[in-house]
Design a protein around this ligand. Structure first.
Ligand SMILES: Cc1cc2nc3c(=O)[nH]c(=O)nc-3n(C[C@H](O)[C@H](O)[C@H](O)COP(=O)(O)O)c2cc1C
Length: 329
């Protein structure tokens, strides 16, 4: 699968929403992994700008992620027109995208949370399945853990390659999912504290300070993306909502209150689907702090290239192999 994607090490920087910058995707690509932009919520011109920015920073392959619960047809066309080599999709039926991506010669990855969903994706023509365990950060598709889901999906879709997502933060996790039959690891939470990620210091320190139990599976932060379970760090918003008995909108504590503003003045209300990014001001701790159980394994802020190299080197050593990445120390 690495050959198919044109990468050297089986490490994928997951799409992590607004935190996924061109600089992050390019740094991961330069280290031999697959970097990903998350472009669902940007305009077509902004998507073009970010894709070209990655290209300016690296000549290596990278991916663009689109969430199918939103209207992304125009963005698919933009990606294909720009020659994006890998398109990743999540949350929905991938058939329409697959029908466009395959003739264009790009590789189509689709994230699933169950064996049934994986089988549907393969029938739809998807090239690579991303099996996301429920310990993952951000929006969580299924109810099964990575350890149980990955081998079941590998068996069900063989010979279609599978990437494992959820709970992987270091070389031990990568070696483990490779042993389960996955061909790469897909890491989101680990890259939240990469130097190149667009994560505010408040968010980074929350991830670094968290233990795994702090990453709660919930429906609390539903503003902008309703009916989509997700995993986020326990914070003042989540605690107050739980203490109130988890009431439904609009009867939640502090409903509608503006808790933070972007540098351009854009207001963000409590319960909105937005993480703290650089330049924001306000009560940033109260925003959605999406992160997975692997937050308990993230202890530092580091350049993305070093994160990739460390994971690849450690996994290779555990598996009794020399690292295949020329960029590794
Ligand atoms: C802050 C954040 C934002 C995310 N945004 C997206 C997204 O836009 N598209 C997507 O397919 N997955 C998204 N995810 C899920 C990741 O792609 C991935 O499945 C997950 O992070 C893997 O689990 P881990 O966090 O334990 O590494 C997001 C995850 C996080 C933590």
């Amino acid at each position: 699968m690495c050959r198919q994607l044109g990468i050297e090490v089986p490490v994928v920087q997951a799409p992590i929403g607004s935190a996924a910058t061109p600089e992050l995707a390019a740094a991961v690509a330069e280290a031999g992994g697959l970097g990903t932009l998350a472009l669902t919520w940007v305009s077509a011109p902004e998507a073009v700008r970010r894709i070209r920015q990655v290209r300016r920073l690296t000549s290596r392959p990278f991916a663009v992620n689109l969430v199918l619960d939103f209207p992304v047809e125009e963005l698919v066309e933009v990606c294909l027109a720009e020659g994006v080599p890998v398109i990743s999709t999540f949350w929905g039926d991938p058939s329409a995208v697959s029908a466009r991506v395959r003739p264009a010669g790009a590789v189509h990855l689709h994230t699933v949370g169950s064996v049934a969903e994986a089988e549907c994706a393969v029938a739809a023509g998807v090239d690579v399945i991303v099996a996301q365990g429920c310990e993952a950060g951000g929006h969580v598709r299924g109810e099964v853990s990575t350890m149980a889901l990955v081998p079941a999906v590998v068996d069900a879709v063989h010979p279609v390659p599978v990437i494992a997502a959820g709970g992987i933060a270091d070389g031990r996790g990568l070696a483990a999912v490779l042993a389960l039959g996955a061909q790469a690891g897909w890491l989101g939470t680990r890259f939240l504290t990469a130097c190149e990620a667009a994560t505010h210091e408040v968010y980074r320190q929350a991830v670094i300070g968290a233990v795994s139990q702090d990453a709660v599976h919930t429906r609390c932060f539903d503003g902008g993306w309703p009916d989509a379970p997700h995993r986020a760090l326990r914070n003042s918003t989540l605690s107050a909502w739980e203490a109130a008995g988890r009431p439904t909108a609009p009867d939640r504590p502090g409903e509608g209150a503006v808790v933070a503003r972007s540098a351009d003045g854009r207001a963000w209300a409590r319960y909105q689907d937005m993480v703290p990014v650089p330049g924001m001001s306000g009560d940033l701790e109260a925003l959605a702090l999406y992160a997975g159980q692997s937050a308990g394994l993230v202890h530092d802020i580091a350049p993305a290239g070093r994160i990739v190299a460390d994971i690849a080197t450690r996994a290779a050593a555990l598996m009794g192999r020399a690292p295949v990445n020329s960029a590794s120390p």
